[in-house]
Each structure stands twice: as structure tokens, then as C-alpha cells.
Write a protein that binds this ligand. Structure first.
Ligand code: ATP
Length: 324
């Protein structure tokens, strides 16, 4: 990976991020064109307040990094926004429409998808079958096509064709018949991303895309993430690898103890003493050098067994709805 921050410029790069360039930048700052707006989102586990986000806006067409020490609430916030968990309080809108209380598979159909580390059972499906699961739009046609097998099989063929095209783009086409479990960590991350694109999303949320990725595939993953933006998508990713954050993020949001404690342009946020302190507070056993690009990559992306079960149940439900 290069030490330079990216110099690629696209039309969306030129668009301003904040609504008022003269206003001070800090937690909750208004964006010029937010795709996602969250208000008062709170999630408690027993007495532990995992997420307590007063107000945050995600800029459209940009790459936003969500960072913060372990246990800051990043993954829980992702789970809430994408319908994989329910908040105790709060509302949020995606592209202007209310999303609070909408189940995860419907969130995906509306254009907001997220990635996970592949679960064991998905590992026992082929790479192509994994891709086909990402085609949420097939569900909208579940009733009529089931009465018309010709239309159904045409749609099936289209899904397979699209899956193969995406697999080729991610250089995974030769792996299509293989079990997903046989892929390397980095290839699984590529598969996760490719699968997310099956539903033609407008917002792609990536949970620690670099975790467990072999250095040989890092560059390719970074290129694909930048490619999402170049294709007009908005990206929101959780990451501990500060080097990656500095390399590709247009905007950085920092969480600590469930709250958004800072946000801004990468260079400013990374040199903010409060941010460094928040990280050091939680990583007091970690070398300061790790904050500037060498942070150890967590193997575990923090998906609970409960969540995995929920995803599996939803996939089964989708299959049933799709008449499989
Ligand atoms: N299912 C759960 N049950 C109880 N507590 C939970 C659950 N999920 C998360 N928590 C707690 O909520 C807090 C936030 O956790 P979360 O995993 O969202 O943090 P994170 O910022 O994603 O951390 P990491 O960077 O380590 O993945 C932590 O204190 C965690 O222990």
C-alpha cells in the first residue's frame, strides 16, 4: 500500500461535504447532501449504553470512515442502522425515508447494504450461491413468477449472469463453484463486497473490510472501495487500520463510549488530541506508532452468534418468500 493519500479526483470529490463551510466542524455537523441522517439513536445492553448518538449525517457520494476504540459502539450502530438490531430510542432516515424499525432484508432492498465476515453456513455454500443470495430484488417478484415458471427461470438466469459478471470484476469467477469456506480471508472480503453489489445499492456499509486480509489483497480491496465511490455509491466503513482510513476516507467520524466525539476531514481528525487520547485511553497497551498506520488487524469482526442466527433466519425466510 502506498503511503500517499489518494490523489484520485472524481465529480463527487468536488462536491462539498459540509453544508456551511464557515461553520465550525464537530460532532453532528450538517452536511451539504446527507444520504443518512440519524437522531437520538440509543441502544442499551443491561446497564451498558452501547450507542448514544445525538445527531449524525453521512455525506452522499463520499467515503466516510467510522473509527473509535474497541467497544465504542461502531458495530452496534451499524447493526441498528441496517435493521439487524433494534434501538431503545431514535430515528434515522435513508435517502429521505424513515428507516427505524425496518427489517434488515427490506433495508437492503431500499439500497443500503452492509457486509459481514462470512458465517460458517455461508461458507458451506458455493461462491456463486453466496452471490445469488445478494440479489434482493428477486424477492419483489416472488408471487407472479412462481405462477409463470418461464419468467422465473429467466430472472434466475439474469441473476446468475450478473453474479458471474461481478465475480469476474472481483477476480473470483474461477472460484464460482468452490465452497466459500475454501477462500482466503481477503477473497472472502472481496466476495462479501461483490455480493453486496448484487442488490445495486446506493449506500455500502463495510464492517472492518481489512480485517484478516493478506497484504497481497489489500491494494485490490482499496481499489474496489474507491471504485464504489467512482460508480456513484456512498461508502461508510468501520476500520481500525488508520492507514486505510487516511488513504481512502473523505470524512471521518469518531465514536467513543457510544457517542460521536469528533468528526471532520481525515487529516484534521487524526491530528486532534482528543481523538488520539480516546484511542490511547482504550489502547494504552498499544504502541503510539500503531495509530499512524500499523494498527494490528482484529481477526474477529465482532458479529455475535445471536446476530449470525438472526441473519440465517432472515435468509431462510427470504428463500421461503422467494419460493425456493
Ligand atoms: N449483544 C450484546 N450484548 C451485550 N453487550 C453488547 C452486545 N453487543 C455489543 N455489546 C456491548 O456494546 C458495546 C459496544 O460494542 P461494539 O461491538 O458495538 O463496539 P465496537 O466499537 O464495534 O468495538 P470493536 O472495535 O471492538 O468491534 C460494548 O461494551 C459491547 O460489549
Amino acid at each position: 500500500m502506498s503511503d500517499q493519500t489518494t490523489t484520485q479526483t472524481t465529480a463527487t470529490d468536488a462536491a462539498p461535504i459540509v453544508a456551511d463551510p464557515a461553520a465550525p466542524i464537530g460532532p453532528g455537523v450538517r452536511k451539504a447532501d446527507p444520504i443518512l441522517v440519524a437522531d437520538g439513536v440509543m441502544r442499551q445492553f443491561g446497564g451498558n449504553v452501547a450507542v448514544d448518538v445525538e445527531h449524525v449525517e453521512i455525506p452522499r457520494g463520499k467515503i466516510t470512515a467510522l473509527i473509535g476504540p474497541n467497544g465504542a459502539g461502531k458495530t452496534t450502530f451499524f447493526n441498528l442502522l441496517t435493521g439487524f438490531d433494534r434501538p431503545n430510542a431514535g430515528t434515522w432516515t435513508f435517502d429521505g425515508s424513515d428507516l427505524a424499525g425496518v427489517p434488515s432484508y427490506k433495508v437492503a432492498r431500499r439500497g443500503m447494504v452492509r457486509t459481514f465476515q462470512l458465517t460458517k453456513s455461508l461458507g458451506l455454500l458455493s461462491v456463486l450461491e453466496n452471490m445469488r443470495l445478494g440479489a434482493t430484488k428477486q424477492l419483489g417478484e416472488r408471487f407472479l413468477p412462481s405462477l409463470m415458471p418461464f419468467l422465473w427461470s429467466k430472472r434466475e438466469a439474469e441473476i446468475t449472469e450478473k453474479a458471474m459478471e461481478l465475480l469476474a470484476r472481483f477476480k473470483l469467477d474461477t472460484k464460482a463453484p468452490d465452497y466459500a469456506a475454501s477462500l482466503s480471508g481477503g477473497q472472502r472480503k472481496l466476495l462479501e463486497m461483490a455480493r453486496a453489489l448484487m442488490s445495486d445499492p446506493t449506500l455500502v456499509m463495510l464492517d472492518e473490510p481489512m480485517a484478516g486480509v493478506n497484504p497481497a489483497l489489500t491494494q485490490s480491496l482499496l481499489g474496489h472501495i474507491l471504485g464504489l465511490k467512482e460508480n456513484g455509491m456512498t461508502v461508510l466503513f468501520v476500520e481500525h487500520d488508520m492507514h486505510m482510513v487516511q488513504t481512502i476516507a473523505d470524512w471521518v467520524i469518531v465514536m467513543a463510549e457510544g457517542k460521536v466525539v469528533a468528526e471532520g476531514y481525515p487529516r484534521e481528525v487524526m491530528s486532534d488530541q482528543a481523538v488520539i487520547d480516546a484511542y490511547l485511553g482504550a489502547h494504552h497497551d498499544t504502541d503510539l506508532g500503531t495509530l499512524t498506520g500499523q494498527l494490528a488487524i482484529a481477526e474477529d469482526v465482532g458479529v455475535s452468534d445471536e446476530l449470525i442466527e438472526q441473519i440465517e433466519e432472515e435468509l431462510e425466510e427470504e428463500d421461503q418468500e422467494a419460493g425456493k
